[in-house]
Design a protein around this ligand. Sequence first.
Ligand code: ADP
Ligand code: MG
Length: 596
Amino acid sequence: MGTIIGIDLGTTNSCCAFMERGEPRVIINEEGGRTTPSVVGFAKDGERFVGEIAKRQLVVNPESTVYAIKRFMGRRYRECRADFALVGYPIVEGGSGECAVEVQGRLFSPRELSAFVLQKLKKAAEDFLGEPVTEAVITVPAYFTDSQRQATRDAGTIAGLDVLRIINEPTAAALAYVHDRRKSSTIAVYDFGGGTFDVSILHVERDVAEVKATRGDNQLGGADLDRLLFDWLSQQFQRENGVPLPSDRVVVQRLRDAAERAKLELSTATSTDVQLPFLFVDAAGPHHLQVTVTRAIFEDLIAGLVERTLAECRAALTDAKMSVDQIDEVVMVGGSSRIPMVQERVKALFGRPLNKGFNPDEVVAVGAAVQAGMLEGDVKGVTLLDVTNFSLGIEVKGGQFGRLIPKNTTLPAMARRQVSTVVDNQRSVKIHILQGESPVARENVSMGEFELNNIQPAPRGLPRIEVTFQIDANGIVDVTARDTRSGLSEQVRIDAPAGISKADLERLTAQHADLAAADAAARELKAVRATIEGQIVSLEGLQRAHQGVLHRSDLDGLDQALKRARMALLKSSDPSNLKELADYLQRVQKHVRARV
Ligand code: ADP
Ligand code: MG
């Protein structure tokens, strides 16, 4: 068995780690980074870039640069309209009503785009470990619904990874803590990232880590702080320039970028200057932006959002039936937890110093690696008792929500429900499954509907069909139905509105492997062409410099080599041909050098 890697597939940044002789280690990517921006960029010729390089082209090419795709994972188009404004690329309605991104005339689902990020991490791990990597543990926000988890697992599959386990991010952070400390305590994990906020209360007793409660908001993160600052900056702009900021995508992206940079600086400095010369030009001439933002202004802007995270912390304590003084440690996770005001407020809420022993950018991936190590058997097991983050239920009479598995039930969890018919000889029953907390069915997230068919004809109310709902350790829901009279049982496929079929998944996986191969070939071709272009320049140099000294036959040889090289650059796109040519040119160069 190869190494199982642990992946924190973040909204903003992703990180990958593995266990080396019982200790977690973060994998360094191709660019030398310990984290990889979760950004996929498409060049004009369709070539894809992932990570830092893609992030860099965001300002110049916002329509073809996809970031924060996690916000749209496994969600339906009409459910996430509010999020469209947060990104610079166009979101459209894809097949089966899910969100899709249109780039250069092609539709990509969020799972495909996430697969590009995962594949980069997989490759980095393979380069780092020197062996193929095919298995992974991937983390998701605690608040991810069933279809968001499924989509994440699909993304892994598309990237060529067998996703052995999906674990919640705060739980992963707690695992990293448990692995490191090995002492009994009650901890709060406060994770404030780029797109989501999560808080979990866990109790660790010897080798059992039990999640007591977990809360969060998967629409609240650093990007929202950026947006507040963005709005403030555009107001300042309008005040100074007397014209509103145009909605041009490049202008908006430049300002967004500046807002984030200012925010980062304000974590260490108490004031910063935002300068965007020539932000745009109109009939009146060029317009510039120049404003000073102080930490006090920024704190004023974000206070409301920070307070929302604290309200979630209080609610989590209530869910866990605990008071603040029962919390022994607070582990801070996520880039936004670096904001001084956030730290002060969290410290004040819990009334104790924060644990600074972990890198907030890496602790989730490290925890995923610890989980991977447990699956490999290399790490002494910590029994993880995670909980459900939503109530699971079905629609019952009058559009009400019938709760079957309440929120915060320890996983894996199971519930049974008997259903029957309402009219005589009814042959089928429809069941609508939902996740959420509202007593009104339609206010919760629909997971799909299924129909039980082939019910034996009988007077109404007589058939007894037992439906079993199971939530596995990954938080993924499974439903089976059994007719207690005939004893026949069937696995029910939930037609998740935002899900995809197995056949589609297989097709995408194959397609993705082809795309990756095509990308690699394109890069190889570019590289060898560049080599040949360089060789032409040096051969021409030799020709010029030693015209008088070189023998006629050498000059002819040089001439021929140059002709072949120029012709090949014009005509050939076969990398192996071009490689042979590059070798040949190298020999010619060596030969000529030896003669002068
Ligand atoms: P995610 O879990 O969403 O991938 P991260 O934990 O990597 O996100 O956090 C990314 C967010 O943290 C971004 O919004 C980024 O601007 C913010 N961030 C990173 N460093 C800092 C900092 N020093 N001060 C304030 N915000 C920061
Ligand atoms: Mg994160």
